[in-house]
Design a protein around this ligand. Sequence first.
Ligand code: AMP
Ligand code: GLY
Length: 387
Amino acid sequence: MPGNPGIARWAKCIAIDPCDPKAVVELARAHAIDLIVVGPEGPLVAGVADAARAAGIAVFGPSAAAAQLEGSKGFTKDLCARACIPTAAYVRVEAEAEALAALDKFSIPVVIKADGLAAGKGVTVAVSRAEAEAAIHAAGDGPMVIEQFLEGEEASLFALVDGARAVVLASAQDHKRVGEGDTGPNTGGMGAYSPALVLTPELEARAMREIVEPTARAMAEAGTPFSGVLYAGLMLTAEGPQLIEYNVRFGDPECEAIMPRIEGDFAELLMAVAIGGEFDAPRLSDQSTMTVIVAAEGYPDAPRRGGLIEGIEAAERVEGVTVFHAGTARHSSGALLAGGGRVLAVTAVADSFANARARAYRGVDAIDYADGFHRRDIGWRELERQS
Ligand code: AMP
Ligand code: GLY
C-alpha cells in the first residue's frame, strides 16, 4: 500500500493511504492478512500498528507512543538523558528568540533540528554562528532541538526489539548529503553499504550495551515498550559510539543494502517479533552489499518529475545486481517515469566491499535516465581505508 511499479512485479498493489489506520485494518481483514509490516515512519506515528493490534492482527512495527523515538527528537534526547545514553549535549526550545539565546551554550559547529518528522531534511549542521541563526530563523517558531556537533564517522545499527529484548540485525553506512565528498544539503540517503566495517564487532557490542539495550529497557519501563526494528544512527567518536538519532523502521537505502544479507525465513522472524514470540538474531551472509541511489535532478529541494527511465533490465543482468524502485510511476504507455525525489536503489551483492561497489556502479551505468543523478563516491571512507 500504495506500492510502485517495482513491487508490482511481485505483489498486488492497492492504492490506499497507508497512514489511515482504519483503511489499513479494513483491507487486512478483507484479505485475511496474517502479518502487516509497517515500513515508513508516517503510518507508525499515525498509529497504524496500534489499530492493527487492537483489531487482533499481527503487526510488525512499534506503537505510536514508541514511534516517538523517531517522531520527536526532544522525546529521544530526554530519554537518553534519563537513561544515561551517550549522545550530544542539547537543549529543547519552543520559539525563535529562545533558540537564539540558547546558541550561547554551544560551540561552533552546532546542530539545529526541527522537532518533528522531516524525511531527513530538518537538520542543519551550522559551521558559523550566522548559519546557525539563519537556520533558526528559517525554522521559525515551533519546537526545536539544538545540540552540540559530534566529530566522527557515522554508522547505522539495526536491532530487532521486543520490549526489553534487543538483538542485532545488521549494520550499514549511509551517505546523507546530496553531493560527493559529503557536501550539500541532507537527504533521506544517497547510498549505503553493509556491513559498516568501521563498526567493529567490539564497537557494535558496545553500542548495543550502552545505547540500544538501555533504550529498550527505558521504553518498557515507561509503559511504552518498543516492538519492531530500531535503527540507531551512531556517531563513532573518540569517546566511543554516541547516538545521533533513532529511526523506528528499516532505513532507506540501508534496507536495500541489508536485506540481501539476511539468511533464513525473514517473514517468520518478523512474525515472531510481531506476536511477542521467541526470536534470535538472524544469521547474516558474509557477503558485502552496496546500494547506490539514483535521484531526480533537483532532489532534495525540487526534484524534476516525469523523466523517462530505461535500462533496468540491463542493470539487473550485471551479476549480483537488483534494482529496487522508489519514486517511480508507470505511464499508461507502459513507460517507466520518475515520480519522486529518490527514484531507484541499485543494489549489488558480492564477496567483498570492493566487488559489491564495482558491481553496483556497473548496474547504475546500465541505466538510462537523463533527468537523474547519483553520487559516484558511495563508500568513499571505506575505500580510502582499504587503499
Ligand atoms: P538526524 O536527522 O538527527 O539523523 O540528522 C541528520 C544528519 O545530520 C546526521 O546523519 C548527521 O550527519 C548530522 N548530525 C545530526 N546531529 C549531529 C551531531 N550532533 N553532530 C554531528 N552531526 C550531526
Ligand atoms: N537513510 C536514512 C533513513 O532512512 O532515515
